[in-house]
Write a protein of this length. Sequence first.
Length: 171
Amino acid sequence: MAKVFLYNTIRFCVLVALQVFLFKNMGYYNLATPFPYILFVLLLPVGIPNFVLYCLAFLTGITVDAFYDTLGVNAAACAALAWGRILFIRITLQSDQHENYMTPLLGTVPFRWYFLYVSLTTLFHHSVLFMLETFTFHHFHYTITRIFLSCIFTVVIILLFSLLFYRKKQR
């Protein structure tokens, strides 16, 4: 339990620092902006209580909001991401199939499930984030383009992080 807490604390600090100092200034003509800090919420243990998950997701989002000078947009998107994560795990994993402290890492789950998990939850997060950011349907095509390009960019970075820290099959 202490090991899981320590890993997640280090993961939180590293991912938020990378987001704030490196990925904040990276983008493609304001069309594709990476948000790999959501990997912290995605890699929390499967058996974590929902209240704790929502609190950690909100804390992650509000921390990024403090550096981005946005008024809770990332916090709302991270809370929505937590809801989407709970829904995805409830639909795809059976309760006897996972342990309480299992982290959905690339070495513990099949690649196909992991890719679908990361892709769909990232798409959901980015949809909420950019729709709240624009808060209008005036430039809907531009917003949809930003959502999809940013989602692709973020998923590629998350998969690179996952492959970088990949360990042999632990199942």
